[in-house]
Design a protein around this ligand. Structure first.
Ligand SMILES: [Zn+2]
Length: 85
C-alpha cells in the first residue's frame, strides 16, 4: 500500500519558502521547486524523496532528477572501471 506523505511545515517556514519562490500554491495544492530541473512538483513523497534532516522534510531535487543523476553516476563509474592503467 502506498502511503502519501506530505510534510507539515510550520507557518513561518511556509511563508519564507513562498517569498523565496521555493514553493507555490497551485490548483493541485502545495508545490515545491526542484533545485535541479527548476520545475514545480507537489511537495509530497510521490515526487520527492523524504529527508528528515532537511527543514522541509524533502530532498531539494525531485525523484526524476535523482534517478537521472544516479544513472549518470553509474555510467561514470563504468567508464572509469574500463580505463586500463
Ligand atoms: Zn527535478
Amino acid at each position: 500500500m502506498h502511503i502519501l506523505f506530505s510534510p507539515v511545515w510550520p507557518p513561518n517556514l511556509t511563508a519564507m519558502r513562498i517569498r523565496s519562490g521555493k514553493i507555490i500554491f497551485s490548483a493541485v495544492g502545495r508545490e515545491k521547486n526542484c533545485a535541479k530541473c527548476k520545475e514545480y512538483w507537489p511537495a509530497d513523497n510521490e515526487f520527492y524523496h523524504t529527508n528528515p534532516s532537511r527543514s522541509d522534510g524533502l530532498q531539494d531535487w525531485c525523484k526524476a532528477c535523482y534517478a537521472e543523476w544516479q544513472r549518470n553516476k553509474r555510467l561514470k563509474v563504468k567508464e572509469q572501471s574500463t580505463c586500463v592503467h
